[in-house]
Design a protein around this ligand. Structure first.
Ligand SMILES: [Zn+2]
Ligand SMILES: [Zn+2]
Length: 255
């Protein structure tokens, strides 16, 4: 199982970091979670075959997590020869069907009939769906927007949890407990703390509860990059911490 942090940025344009998007590859599954501005190009940039994405999961509907969805859909139809013919599963919170319909209202109905099968599946917190015979995706509610969800991907004894955008939440730490990689947002410095995003020390507290094999941080607004992120996380969590960059990846040996 391999995690690649494709886009580690936010709503703030910032050199080297495009908006949110992360890929988990395991077996036949190529799962893209979130698809903010820059992700379609960054996939190509970091050497992930965007042509081969099998599933797209959406954590919530903020623009920095969804605006490149039409870019990628059109890429599969018009950006390659021959055009895509394999199916695509889109997964997201309740409202995802309406979100895609709204994109289609802007770009035309052709957006949802591109010549390859497309399914849209809405999940409610607590749901689990199989992405293939042995890959399971689960979700839980997190405090950010009404629909915001964290995801867990499990396959052959390995588990990666992605927080999506979230505020501090003890239940999230319990839910992620013992995962191999906890990919957590780390938006803001402690001086700008708010209920709907995490600071480095809050990421440390989350790590202390969840005790992941690796705590990987993403979704950095520029002000948080001016503080000692590693030091503030490390004051609360003594495990391995990675400050992810666009294109960083980690392989987990499957059992
Ligand atoms: Zn965001
Ligand atoms: Zn958000």
């Amino acid at each position: 199982m391999r995690l690649t942090t494709v886009g580690t940025g936010t709503a703030a344009p910032w050199p080297g970091r495009v908006q949110s998007g992360h890929v988990i590859e395991t077996g036949s599954v190529r799962l893209l979670i979130d698809c903010g501005s820059g992700i379609a190009t960054r996939l190509a940039d970091v050497g992930i075959r965007w042509q081969d994405i099998t599933h797209l999961a959406i954590s919530h509907f903020h623009a920095d997590h969804i605006v490149d969805i039409p870019t990628l859909l059109y890429a599969w139809r018009y950006g390659q020869l021959p055009p895509r013919f394999t199916g695509l599963d889109i997964i997201g919170p309740v409202g995802t069907v309406q979100l895609l319909a709204r994109f289609a209202a802007i770009f035309g109905d052709g957006l949802l009939s591109l010549g390859f099968p497309m399914s849209i599946r809405e999940m409610v917190p607590g749901d689990a769906v199989g992405l293939s015979d042995d890959v399971e995706l689960r979700c839980t509610k997190v405090p950010h927007t009404d629909e915001s969800m964290a995801y867990s991907v499990e396959a052959r004894g390995r588990r990666i949890v992605f927080t999506g955008d979230t505020g501090p939440d003890e239940a999230l730490g319990q839910w992620a407990k013992g995962c191999d990689i906890l990919l957590a947002e780390c938006s803001l410095p402690d001086s700008m703390a708010m209920a709907t995003h995490l600071t480095p020390s809050q990421c440390g507290a989350l790590g202390a509860t969840a005790q992941p094999g690796v705590l990987a941080l993403t979704h950095f607004y520029p002000p948080v990059e001016t503080v000692d992120i590693r030091g503030e996380v490390g004051a609360r969590f003594d495990g391995r911490v990675v400050l992810a960059t666009d294109g960083w990846s980690l392989d987990l040996e499957e059992r």
